[in-house]
Design a protein around this ligand. Structure first.
Ligand code: NZQ
Ligand code: ZN
Length: 385
């Protein structure tokens, strides 16, 4: 195990009815609020009205950025930064999925920065401060509610990059807020959560039994609850377990002391920068192909994955056969729950493969399990067509 420092300052407030803590947060953080939300789901579910009622009762002044896009755009982030700078905003409240939270993080860091917030995504600068951010999460997927990452798309240059944002001060996770998540987004969220675990599980770091078993527990819990949430969107326990898995998969618990990978996320970001496809859908397509491309780098790890996660019976099988059975089980699971399996499902052909491969590797080779150059990425994308 490698050395590590673990610090996560986000207060996680989990469960039914926890929105009531918002009043207390206003007292602590201030009454001038920028409310950030997406394309309207929170208005349809009534969550917007509940939030506004609490804020009004507390005598807050509320400015709003509505319409944050899935794959949130720099132009929308800029609107929020302008509002913060013009209105002496005390803190930002993001209500929605990962896109809303990521956009709000960029607004929070950009609001106290003189330069262009894109500097934090093009690796020109690192944020030195941020406005406080609270979140009310409505979709189990990204883990953005308890990490400092933020992924923004610069639509003009067709670049999508993860950058350093800011940890939320607090995040409210009520499983009932996820009952209304449509079937397709539920599926994408499941694929994203599992992919976050894969990125941190497939590692050459040795002697990490606790991190390994944490990762396997998250995968097993997602696998157990996925179909239940898809079949019965109002299943509180299934939604609650997926929600908590989403947070734990990417809140800094899994990567401590471990060299992690993240190549597949870079590849997916390059695909969605050009084709604007759902993040979890792209991952479901690309991850099994990445696994096939790299598994020989550490067959033992893939054997363990097959046996411990997918219950593959090793009897009578070669090492390669066991490893490949685990990869096939992953692919079969994604297919069974209704995730896309080929880039063709999004009408993506080989036309822009080289462009995507270049976009996936703008700062040099990606990944650690196997270092991938643009030619490797192109090969994985071809396998995904
Ligand atoms: O925009 P609204 O109307 O709110 O609708 C959203 C959106 O259309 C809808 N939705 C969310 N909660 C709902 C709901 N619909 C009904 N009921 C609810 N309760 O779902 C759609 C997708 O939302 P979005 O926020 O885009 O999804 P997700 O949470 O999967 O976020 C995806 C974004 O996060 C980035 C991705 O790249 C992508 O841009 N990521 C962020 C990460 C991070 N910050 O740590 C890590 C991830 O790997 C990921 O890259
Ligand atoms: Zn992801």
């Amino acid at each position: 195990m490698n050395n590590f420092v673990y610090h996560n300052p986000t207060e996680l407030i989990f469960g039914k009815g926890q929105i009531s803590v918002l009043a207390d947060k206003v007292q602590k953080l201030g009454k001038s609020i920028l409310l950030v939300y997406g394309g309207g789901s929170i208005k349809r579910t009534g969550l917007y009205d509940k939030v506004i009622a609490i804020l009004q009762e507390q005598g807050c002044t509320v400015n709003e950025v509505a319409g944050v896009e899935p794959n949130p755009r720099l132009s929308t982030v800029q609107k929020g930064i302008d509002l913060c700078k013009q209105n002496k905003i005390d803190w930002i409240l993001a209500v929605g999925g990962g896109s809303v939270i990521d956009a709000a993080k960029a607004m929070a860091t950009g609001a106290v920065y003189e330069g262009n917030v894109w500097d934090f995504y093009s690796r020109k600068a690192v944020p030195k401060g941020a406005l406080p951010l609270g979140t009310i999460l409505t979709l189990a997927a990204t883990g953005s509610e308890m990490n400092r990452g933020s992924v923004i798309t610069n639509w003009e240059t067709q670049e999508k990059h993860g950058g350093t944002g800011t940890f939320p001060t607090f995040s409210i996770l009520d499983p009932e807020h996820t009952f209304s998540v449509p079937k397709d987004q539920t599926i994408y969220g499941i694929c994203d959560i599992m992919s976050h675990v894969f990125e941190q599980y497939f590692s050459h770091t040795e002697n990490i039994p606790l991190q390994t078993r944490f990762a396997e527990s998250i995968l097993l819990t997602v696998i157990e609850n996925a179909q239940k949430a898809i079949d019965n969107p109002n299943d509180y326990d299934a939604r609650a377990n997926l929600l908590y898995c989403g947070t734990m998969a990417l809140n800094g618990t899994l990567p401590v002391g471990v060299v992690t990978d993240w190549a597949t996320h870079s590849i997916e970001h390059a695909v969605s920068a050009i084709y604007d496809i759902p993040h979890g859908g792209g991952l479901a397509i690309i991850f099994p192909q990445w696994m096939r491309y790299v598994y020989k780098e550490n067959v033992e790890r893939f054997k363990r994955f097959a046996i411990h996660v997918w219950n593959v019976d090793p009897a009578g099988k070669s090492d390669d056969e066991i490893a490949l059975a685990g990869i096939e089980a992953t692919e079969a699971f994604f297919k069974k729950i209704g995730a896309p399996t080929r880039l063709a499902d999004y009408q993506i052909t080989d036309e822009k493969i080289d462009e995507m491969a270049k976009k996936a590797t703008p700062f040099g080779p990606i990944g650690n399990f196997k270092k991938l150059h643009a030619e490797d990425v192109a090969q994985i994308l071809r396998m995904s067509l």
